[in-house]
Design a protein around this ligand. Sequence first.
Ligand code: NAP
Length: 288
Amino acid sequence: MIETLFSLRNRPQLLNLLITDYWLLITDYWPLATNHSPMKVSPSDYHLDFKNKRALVTGAGKGIGREIAVQLHGFNAQVVAVSRTESDLKALKDEIGCETIIAELAGPAEAKRAAEQAGDIDLLVNNAAIAILQPFLKTTVDAWDATMAVNLRAIVIISQVIAARMIARGVPGSIVNVSSMARFQALRDHAAYCASKAGLDQLTAVMAVELSEHGIRVNSVNPTVVLTEMGKRAWSDPAKGGPMLARIPLGRFAECEDIASVVCFLLSDAANMLNGLALPIDGGFHTT
Ligand code: NAP
């Protein structure tokens, strides 16, 4: 029973259960804490339910982005999935019935076209990224430019289009940028990737400052290693992955589900006061 409840596939239900309990606790003790209640809350307000919300997820073809799309669908969002491999998007569409857009986000015109084609969006997850591993002394201009084009420039372009439409429609919105613990840790062979993720977190902060007045929250998440295709390339060698794993108090790398559930929480109204964060999802790595 316990195993079933906590199984990764039950994350949407479990998350709702936890949020309900959390808000029961808060509302029970709220009068003791403050007289300045900003709004009436009830536990049912904090169930994750993205009914009538359209969510755009980039890099939804594989790995973390795919799981984010699946969980958002589980929470009743209408998902628009962007990626560049058609077969991945077709498989996702067959599974969750989402809209799909094929785009190579390294090109600024393609990134803009994809965002415009997505139409009205309430929830945006900028997840697509690349990691080209090269020692600093061998980092090429091509690799640097490609990394910045996908990991940073595309996010600026897509977010500009989506946020401008939210503002024009007069609706609130929530944006989550998928950054990395590589923003905090100096990882060998990751010069361009680390720099792009550090830049992304600061971009997140500025977006949060400027978009808040329009009711749009912006946060980053900073996952530790997840053994997706990208993660395996960097960390499946025990000589590299072992020392990293040894520093994670929970004793394991993250799973895609661990990241997706936090992203869904940040997108939701339950996280209404969270803004401009760079939130580690690392099993306690940053404390060691
Ligand atoms: P992944 O397994 O490589 O999947 C990335 C997805 O993004 C794929 O569907 C890929 O499509 C798509 N994509 C990449 N470049 C694109 C482009 N130029 N245009 C359109 N789509 C593109 O990566 P992941 O591990 O799930 O990573 C997802 C996010 O988590 C990234 O932001 C990454 O930096 C971050 N992250 C990952 C880890 C980790 O250990 N895995 C840790 C921390 C943070 P194709 O397959 O068709 O190329």
